[in-house]
Ligand binder design. Structure first.
Ligand code: AMP
Ligand code: TRP
Length: 333
């Protein structure tokens, strides 16, 4: 246990997670839990950067913990906690802000995209979002961070900040690496396969929520936009829709992409789409059952998050106190 490296990742409890979150992130959280000391956070402070309904945010926070456990993250093996329960995240963000330049933040793709989609609420938190994310990661001596492709730039910034702090104040932070899956790092919208699948898409047919029922899942896959060709093969550039469906199928059916292509050789698009829908519905069924059962046991979920926050705090406290000392904040001892 002790000689394992530390892995950190998080998901925001905003809206309902999609199969993009599952394939790009949560499924890999489960797979990696034996190889690293894993810390999985629920990034509620990040959610505040766009307008939230407070009651829904609270409910989604509990729901995401239930989902983590239902997907197979083991609370005995991993630390799971809610970001705002460990105050060091906000505090380290303040210090890292003092070594971050506005130019580094306003050129972030996600900031630019969200400034466009939330034009009436372009706030400082939205711009500072990647610094909070860097704090999440750096507080824990993290070596690896499994994320989807959209977080690559944020990991780069985290590395830059770690290197900058280390060279200004002496070696303090481990410089982390992102783990971005070879396939499935960017699951595309079912309505427009040139766009990322996103839970905030206005078109409900564009994404599969992890809370969708079987009929809804199959209906959405039947309507998935593909192309006017008839052959099923993997070519993300020229056959974005079909390649996206093959990727989704390969994860939920537990087969390689090659094997998926082989299974559908000579089959029509209609059949293929139904089979993908069935594989996803089948894969999500036990997760949904477990999640709903867990949601009935709020005491248990509360206990897991309190335990998690205690364990996380112990590590975060040490890192922050080292940082405060290095930058010259006086400690009365
Ligand atoms: P978020 O929902 O923005 O908190 O994202 C949580 C995790 O899911 C991050 O690691 C994202 O990169 C990943 N993710 C979100 N959407 C997708 C997608 N469409 N395809 C693959 N990964 C995704
Ligand atoms: N920003 C990430 C996302 O929306 C979620 C996140 C917050 C995260 N803190 C993190 C991911 C730290 C990895 C590590 O996808």
């Amino acid at each position: 246990m002790l000689d394992k490296k530390t892995l950190f990742s998080a998901v925001q409890p905003s809206g309902v997670p999609t199969i993009g979150n599952y394939v790009g992130a949560i499924n890999n959280f489960v797979k990696l839990q034996d190889d690293y000391n894993c810390i999985y956070s629920i990034a509620d402070l990040h959610c505040l950067t766009v307008r939230q309904n407070p009651a829904e945010l609270r409910q989604a926070t509990l729901g995401l913990l239930a989902l983590y456990i239902a997907c197979g993250i083991d609370p005995e093996k991993c630390i799971m906690f809610v970001q705002s329960h460990v105050h060091e995240h906000a505090e380290l963000t303040w210090v890292l802000n003092t070594i971050t330049y506005p130019g580094e933040l306003n050129r972030m793709t996600q900031f630019k995209d969200k400034s466009r989609s939330h034009a009436d609420n372009v706030n400082m938190g939205l711009m500072d979002y990647p610094v909070l994310m860097a704090s999440d990661i750096l507080l824990y001596g993290t070596s690896v961070v499994p994320v989807g492709a959209d977080q690559k730039q944020h990991i780069e910034l985290t590395r830059d900040l770690a290197i900058r702090f280390n060279s200004r104040y002496s070696d303090t932070f481990i410089v982390p690496e992102g783990i971005i899956p070879k396939y499935g790092a960017k699951i595309m919208s079912l309505a427009d396969p040139t766009k990322k699948m996103s839970k905030s898409d206005e078109n409900l047919n564009a994404f599969i929520s992890l809370y969708d029922d079987t009929d809804t899942i199959i209906r959405k896959f039947k309507r998935a936009v593909t192309d006017s060709d008839t052959k099923i093969y993997f070519d993300p550039e020229n056959k974005a829709g079909i390649s996206n469906l093959l990727t989704i199928y390969s994860v939920f059916a537990g087969v390689s992409i090659d094997e998926a292509v082989r299974q559908f050789e000579g089959k029509g698009y209609g059949d293929f789409k139904i089979k993908v829908g069935e594989a996803v519905a089948e894969g999500l069924k036990p997760i949904t059952e477990k999640r709903l059962e867990l949601m009935k046991n709020k005491d248990y979920l509360n206990k897991v998050m309190i335990d998690g926050a205690e364990k996380a705090s112990r590590i975060a406290r040490k890192t922050l106190s080292k940082v405060y000392r290095k930058v010259g904040l006086y400690r009365a001892e």
